[in-house]
Design a protein around this ligand. Sequence first.
Ligand SMILES: [Zn+2]
Length: 265
Amino acid sequence: MPEGDTVWLAGRRLHGALAGRVLTRSDLRVPQLATSDLTGREVTEVATRGKHLLTRVAGGLTLHSHFRMDGAWRLFRPGVRWTGGPTHQVRAVLANAEWHAVGYRLHDLALLPTAEEDRLVGHLGPDLLGPDWDPDEAVRRLAARPDVEIGAALLDQRNLAGIGNLYKTETLFLCGISPYRRVGDVPDLPQVVRTAHRLLSANREHPEQSTTGSMRRGEQHWVFERGRRPCRRCGTPIAIAEQGQPPQTRIAYWCPNCQPRHPTG
Ligand SMILES: [Zn+2]
């Protein structure tokens, strides 16, 4: 599941393969960019903001892409067969003499002046994995809307950027809070923000996403995708339900015993 850590790692790998090198091929396979050609431009930097990826090229242009549920950038050596999916799912190819970067199932592909990136990412809250991560600002933004359910608030990238359903789910388990509790009833918002930051940071250097500390298959998560199975702490069956209004609906997983809906004590 591409969340902030996945995009961060993809950005770092793309930066290593593309930055400082001139593009020998540029192939943007979406109708609105079909005539755009970045060949001959040097890639200056690949940066990430939350779950958004920004490939900046000489001449002040940025190629924006977003993974949503299933997107990926894959790197291949020239002459090696691409293995990231069927050809019709390729949305972008950026290549230099040493690497072919192939973007599969990318969303919101757009080319815009670097100076205008804020049009696409300016709404985002503090980036959990950004160099300018600001937990106090994230807490302030969350607290500004106390009636929102915390499960929805953590997914709202305007509050803080990088959390998807996995880290939302696991953060709330570790903090002992139901995803349906109102933000205003969460006793320690800084703890929630700190926990999410810790989980993303711990996983950003590798593709696996473990919140339990175990990398073994089936042991990587506390409650995420464990509906009706016993809680690892108390044995209560993990609850599962939809939360939020379409198209923002996400599946919520929580332990009704470890994560009470209402504050206790
Ligand atoms: Zn439990």
